[in-house]
Design a protein around this ligand. Structure first.
Ligand SMILES: O=C(O)CCC(=O)C1=CC=C[C@@H](O)[C@@H]1C(=O)O
Ligand SMILES: [Mg+2]
Length: 380
């Protein structure tokens, strides 16, 4: 395989407004600033990634502002004008920087994309993907009433989604799940609590077993694997970890402790594709199924999610709904579409979708161009 030499990086910072506000136990998102990372190889080929941060540090400790700072001051200098033999080495090159995984993933995934394009292969082939199509799930934010939730579930069941994920929190759980199960007794249904509960809620959490959920995602604290292990011993419903598993090491520890039986892999949360593939492989060795979580990405991040979902142990439909579920207009072409709950893997090189510069420019707040060390000067 041909190595890559990144001779230029451009950060395109855009304002991305969701079609429908998205409510979870920690708040409602209507729009966010996204830093689109374009890395340009000396051959002129571009690779693309994006920050999956939001404007507030409500999912993890990062924001788009912190990510742009970390990219400018540390991550871009670490790869600019250097030869990269394989994108697998990039995460290790960043290890002098603690955490900041979403910032790292934004540029590491772009390097995977440009590497695949330069070697004229689809990204899934470089990663060891085995599927030509993937099943798709839909994540639904907290709704005003149980009836509103049932209506949304009905809409998405009719669209053919293979898994329905509903957000829950204290006061928005049993009544809502009961209403959905009454109308849809057999659909593959899961709930995501985004750390809204604690072990003090054990009796409420035990009630979740009444709804035959395929999993309960991240019920307890965002940085916990001990209480989750205790809870898993007390409920039948498989626990799926999201926020708690931010690295290969935390995945290893969570598996050893029995903190959960399923892991939601998010490329941004774990620091990039290299780390995500390592976690996938570890889970496969321990018969822990994984699926690809979503972070309300634009088409660039969505394309990376689709590519990684072709790996064999991604056996549960991910939160990879089509572009039109999020954006009036996505920034890729073609947009991500779904056919009765299935996305067909694009056969183009790299991420398989073209990035539409005109559509980026329509949402552009600012762009920052890095061609050599001196352009890294300046304050923030
Ligand atoms: O991108 C999607 O459709 C999934 C969105 C989603 O469920 C989430 C996005 C971002 C943070 C969380 O609120 C939540 C999750 O925890 O999976
Ligand atoms: Mg989650």
């Amino acid at each position: 395989m041909e190595s890559v030499h990144i001779s230029q990086v451009i950060l395109h910072i855009i304002d991305a407004s969701l079609k429908t506000p998205f409510t979870t136990s920690f708040g409602t998102m209507e729009s966010k600033e996204v830093c689109i990372v374009e890395v340009i190889d000396q051959s002129g080929i571009s690779g693309w990634g994006e920050t999956v941060t939001s404007n507030d540090p409500d999912y993890n400790e990062e924001t788009t502002f912190t990510a742009v700072h970390t990219l400018k001051k540390f991550l871009i200098p670490a790869v600019l004008n250097r030869d990269i033999t394989h994108p697998n080495e990039v995460f290790n090159q960043f290890k002098f920087i603690k955490r900041n995984h979403m910032a790292k993933a934004a540029i590491e995934t772009a390097i995977w994309d440009v590497f695949a394009k330069k070697n004229e292969k689809p990204l899934y082939e470089i990663m060891g993907g085995v599927k030509q199509q993937i099943e798709v799930g839909k994540s639904i934010g907290i709704q005003k009433t149980p009836d509103h939730l049932v209506d949304r579930v009905e809409q998405f069941v009719n669209e053919g989604f293979k898994k329905i994920k509903v957000k829950i929190a204290p006061g928005f759980d049993s009544e809502y799940l009961n209403a959905v199960r009454k109308k849809f007794p057999d659909i593959p249904l899961m709930a995501d609590a985004n750390s809204a509960y604690s072990l003090k809620d054990m009796e409420d959490l035990k009630k979740l077993d009444d709804y035959r959920l395929i999993m309960i995602e991240q019920p307890l604290a965002h940085d916990d694997i001990i209480d989750h292990a205790h809870l898993q011993k007390n409920i039948e419903t498989p626990i799926c970890l999201d926020e708690s598993v931010y690295s290969f090491e935390t995945a290893k520890k969570a598996i050893e402790l029995g903190s959960g039986r399923i892991i939601n892999i998010k490329i941004g949360r774990v620091g990039g594709l290299g780390e995500a593939i390592k976690i996938h492989d570890l889970c496969q060795e321990h018969n822990i199924p994984v699926w690809c979580g979503g972070m309300l990405e634009t088409g660039i991040g969505r394309a990376h999610n689709i590519q990684i979902t072709t790996l064999p142990n991604f056996t549960i439909p991910g939160d990879t709904a089509p572009s039109q579920h999020y954006w009036e207009e996505d920034i890729i072409s073609p947009e991500v579409v779904m056919d009765q709950g299935i996305i067909h893997i694009p056969q183009g090189t790299g991420i398989g979708y073209e990035v539409d510069r005109k559509k980026i420019n329509k949402k552009l707040i600012t762009s920052i161009n890095f061609v050599e060390e001196k352009s890294l000067a300046g304050s923030f």
